[in-house]
Design a protein around this ligand. Structure first.
Ligand code: NCD
Ligand code: ZN
Length: 338
């Protein structure tokens, strides 16, 4: 059995730097069209000039993937100024990513007081830029950190009604409901791993550092809400894999960093999850919804489709020592590499 799908967008990907970038970037570039490139590299992407440099590195490694279109971001920190935003816009950077202080990988020194950021939000709104938020409140209990952020999300959305806001990697049932009830300027990404994992996969048996990520996967009822949202076709929800590879030394105590590496298996897993009966919803979730929100052309998606065959394949235990989601597990659909 064979199917053809429009090439998906990935609105949240960590492609890293140096040797790690060389290993992981091809997995993303091979399968995805528009890809939002996260700025929380060790050398953070803080300005339009940084983003241009990073864009050049990425372009130099992806010649052979003509349907891959990276969308660069800058990291919004308490030091971000109105001038930095205006310069970034001039460098063709349309997206700012905000990490609250200390909530995830490379987020130390992030934002604690959000009202201080209002001039930056105002400038982003005026410039027609997109604000991507890691929606977790520093210091709240880890399972409740996302829900504790929703008040702040509501405030920003209300105060800046024309600012497009993406609530990244939504993970709780309450947050799904909040996104649904907020106005059109707010959307959310959903990862493949939050559609698949629950907290039991992280700590239910032996501790699994490779399933450990932020926000932490929650209860089955939360996962169900995420699946319902993804399957619903609602334009407020779209794919952002948050594929976040770490080298083996950063998956062992005392350096177990959050992040799940999903890029090589994301599409097979998604097709498995949606099933052949929901291919229209899959296209909404992976193409139309993000294209509409980010105002992207779908030509890249429609003219460079992916072919998949239904054949069981066993997920490799690692890719150059980087462990993916479900190592050794079986997925029923496989992308036929061109
Ligand atoms: C991401 C990473 O490793 O950069 N980790 C994660 O658990 N998701 C950062 C992030 O998106 O939170
Ligand atoms: Zn991320």
């Amino acid at each position: 059995m064979e199917i053809t799908i429009w090439r998906p967008n990935d609105m949240h990907a960590h492609v890293r730097e140096g040797r790690m970038l060389e290993i992981v970037l091809p997995f993303t570039a091979r399968h995805f069209a528009h890809v939002v490139i996260m700025p929380n590299t060790t050398q953070p992407v803080l300005t339009g000039a940084d983003a241009q440099k990073y864009r050049t590195v990425i372009a130099s490694k992806t010649d052979q993937f003509p349907s891959f279109a990276p969308l660069m971001t800058i990291k919004i920190t308490p030091k971000t100024t109105v001038k930095i935003i205006k310069d970034a816009k001039r460098s063709n950077v349309m997206i700012g990513k905000l990490y609250p202080d200390g909530v995830t990988t490379n987020s130390a020194g992030g934002v604690r007081d959000f009202t201080v950021m209002d001039p930056v939000f105002q400038t982003m709104q005026d410039a027609g830029m997109v604000l991507c938020l890691h929606g977790e409140k520093p210091g709240a209990f880890s399972m409740d950190r996302e829900d504790a952020f929703l008040v702040e999300l509501g405030r920003i959305a209300k105060q800046f009604p024309k600012l497009r806001i993406v609530f990244e990697h939504v993970s709780s049932s309450r947050a799904v409901t909040a996104i649904q009830s907020l106005p059109e300027n707010v959307a959310a990404t959903i990862t493949v791993h939050h559609l698949v994992l629950s907290l039991d996969d992280v700590i239910g048996g032996n501790l699994n550092p490779h399933a450990f990520c932020k926000p932490i996967p929650k209860r089955p009822v939360d996962r169900k809400a995420l699946r319902d949202a993804a399957f619903s076709g609602s334009s407020k929800f779209f794919l952002g894999t948050d594929s976040a590879p770490h080298p083996p030394q950063h998956k062992v105590w005392p350096e177990i960093r959050p992040g799940v590496f999903t890029a090589p298996v994301a599409i097979g897993l998604l097709v498995d999850l949606f099933g052949e009966d929901r291919l229209d919803q899959l296209r909404a979730f992976t193409v139309h919804n993000s294209a509409k929100f980010y105002e992207l052309p779908v030509l890249l998606n429609s003219t460079n489709p992916l072919k998949l065959i239904r054949t069981p394949w066993v997920v490799p235990k690692d890719y150059s020592d980087i462990v993916p989601i479900m190592p050794g597990g079986t997925i029923n659909w496989q992308v036929v590499e061109a």
